[in-house]
Design a protein around this ligand. Structure first.
Ligand code: XIL
Length: 302
């Protein structure tokens, strides 16, 4: 195969990227997007602040630009993200209690209903677990509405779009021995045992020297998959350059391919210059759109 998407399709998987609506006029960017990827995530345009800037006034124009571009090109879409402590609209940030719970559930329902039938998988809840050694939930206005806010969000999403896969998505959950990984694992185990609708777990996979690709990554993905959910690498980027970076990318691809229920990989941007990281070169294409060593190692590993 000569593209990432075609290579991933050989094993029934997808290869995606994050897309920013304001770059859809950049011909180099769009050329690589159309050629290499078969799954798209809106980098910011489907988040809570973008889609509900005023309470109960929804705005889908930028999200639609991305979704329509993807679908016109025969690509699928991962929805990102319905409920999150970050990038909330101003009106939501200081809400609490029942009012916030109902506003969150209304947001999940309205957005998932609007995009019904167009989304392969939704990140229903993003980043709800705490870093560090607690293995517990992150404090947030949503968490303070009650520990059941996550399952309430999943049930609302299922009711709104019964055919979308519903994912929990987080970062620093790659290393099996980390408390945060264990906390998320226990939540998914609990949801499966009680029939809370969850279909997949997303691993953001933002790696750097302080947070390298763990040698037990395959174990993590396999253990989650064994709970009866798909697993996906949802926001992959790896700081570094050259053969060291290429090798780490290869390791991530190999870990996914070794797990039958690892259904696909998404990188968080196209060129290094598109990365959310203010410095560094964490992606597969350089700033001019040339394929890097990391690109070749991914293509060959798929
Ligand atoms: C980032 C975007 O890439 C940036 O453009 C934005 O300023 C902040 O959010 N985890 C996530 C993504 O789930 O939504 C974040 O995206 C990166 C970390």
């Amino acid at each position: 195969a000569s593209t990432l998407a075609a290579a991933a399709q050989q094993s029934g998987r997808y290869f995606g990227t994050a897309v920013a609506a304001n770059k859809l006029g950049d011909s180099t960017y769009v050329g690589i997007l159309n050629r290499e990827f078969d799954m798209v995530t809106a980098e910011n345009e489907m988040k809570m602040d973008a889609t509900e800037p005023n309470q109960n006034q929804f705005s889908f124009s930028n999200g639609d630009r991305i979704v329509n571009h993807a679908r016109n090109q025969g690509k699928r879409v991962r929805g990102h993200a319905l409920a999150w402590h970050s990038q909330q609209p101003g009106w939501m940030q200081n809400m609490s209690g029942t009012a916030l719970r109902n506003a969150m559930l209304n947001h999940v329902t309205q957005v998932a209903t609007y995009y019904k039938g167009k989304i392969y998988a939704w990140d229903v809840v993003n980043e709800a677990y705490a870093d560090g050694s607690s293995g517990g939930r992150r404090d947030s206005n949503l968490q303070r509405t009650g520990n059941d806010w996550i399952e309430a969000a999943f049930r609302a999403a299922r009711a709104a779009d019964p055919n979308a896969k519903l994912c929990y998505n987080d970062y620093n959950t790659d290393n099996w021995s980390h408390a945060k990984t264990q906390g998320v694992y226990r939540m998914v185990q609990d949801f499966k045992s009680r029939g809370v609708p969850i279909d997949c777990v997303g691993f953001q996979a933002h790696f750097n020297s302080g947070n390298p690709v763990p040698s037990n990554y395959h174990t993590t993905l396999q253990n989650f998959a064994a709970l009866g959910v798909d697993v996906q690498i949802t926001e992959l980027d790896i700081e570094g350059s050259g053969s060291s970076q290429a090798q780490q990318y290869q390791g991530v691809v190999q870990a996914c391919l070794a797990v039958a229920r690892c259904t696909g990989i998404t990188v968080w941007g196209i060129r290094d210059s598109d990365s959310w990281r203010s410095s560094g070169t964490p992606l597969l294409f350089d700033g001019s759109g040339n394929k890097k060593a990391a690109y070749t190692s991914v293509l060959n590993a798929l």
